[in-house]
Design a protein around this ligand. Structure first.
Ligand code: ATP
Length: 246
């Protein structure tokens, strides 16, 4: 059964330089007749992707190739400029490293907040809090504001929350690159559990051996385009070969 379908999905984003334009400069250049349209970049370029229920897909590629953006489009955080996106089933929240949490409030309150956003009642979430803290190994940090955690700890918290709720579709961004070895193993086991439950898993990772080991299919993104798609081994090898030939 098809759970995700992207047809010719493209996304344009304004380039970062534009953010440094201040209003006065823009107005002045406009008055002088020199106004330029803000530069835009094609971040995703006609992506076609069909994901079947239960697939485990690893998304790889260079920095800036569009991997996280693709996950955001699938999760509905970003809207494509053109093309169609269809997703069937409950999708886990995509919690980016560092973002997504309120840094000023405690770990516990962030867990409750996320739960409520996901539609769980407060009492239900209170029950879940313990298992989330335990999995993330952050029991001693329950009352610490998130800004007091290391980036690896934030990633662990994100992973623990996203995977505690048994979603149909699990989407993970880079979490495995940040966790230490023992946490990585725990993550792998949990991901395997999702596999057993026939959940669909999409992972962005720079950890190519993880992609080879734990994913069935691989997608290699290159400058916003799918450069190669196939079984995970083939995809990783193809990507590595291209790096070696530079
Ligand atoms: N908030 C933003 N506004 C404008 N452009 C952005 C924004 N975030 C990312 N981009 C641009 O979109 C492109 C793709 O970024 P994306 O984060 O999806 O890449 P990535 O493959 O996940 O990279 P990495 O491996 O470094 O995490 C890059 O050119 C980046 O500069």
């Amino acid at each position: 059964m098809e759970v995700i379908r992207l047809d010719e999905v493209s996304l344009w984003r304004r380039t970062q330089e534009e953010f440094s334009y201040d209003l006065k400069k823009t107005l002045l250049s406009f008055l002088e007749g020199k106004y330029r349209q803000p530069a835009k970049k094609l971040v995703l370029n006609k992506i076609d992707l069909v994901v079947e229920r239960g697939e485990k897909i690893g998304i790889i590629g260079a920095n800036g190739s569009g991997k996280s953006t693709l996950l955001k489009i699938i999760s509905g955080i970003l809207k494509q400029s053109s093309g169609a996106v269809r997703v069937r089933g409950q999708i886990a929240p995509l919690i980016e490293l560092g973002a997504g949490f309120d840094a000023e409030i405690s770990v516990m309150d962030n867990i409750l907040l996320y739960g409520v956003l996901l539609g769980f009642s407060r009492s239900e979430m209170r029950e879940r809090t313990q298992s989330i803290l335990e999995f993330a190994e952050l029991q001693d940090y329950a009352l610490v504001p998130v800004k007091g955690l290391s980036s690896g700890m934030v990633a662990r918290l994100g992973f623990a929350i996203a995977t505690d709720t048994q979603p149909d579709i699990l989407i993970l961004d880079e979490v495995l690159s940040v966790g230490d070895e023992s946490f990585k193993n725990k993550c792998k086991q949990r991901i395997d559990k999702f596999w057993d439950h026939n959940a669909t898993v999409l992972v962005v990772s720079h950890d190519l051996s993880f992609v080879k080991q734990s994913c069935i299919r691989g997608v290699w993104l290159d400058q916003g385009k799918i450069r190669f798609m196939g079984n995970a081994h083939e995809t990783v090898n193809c990507y590595l070969n291209s790096l070696n030939s530079i």
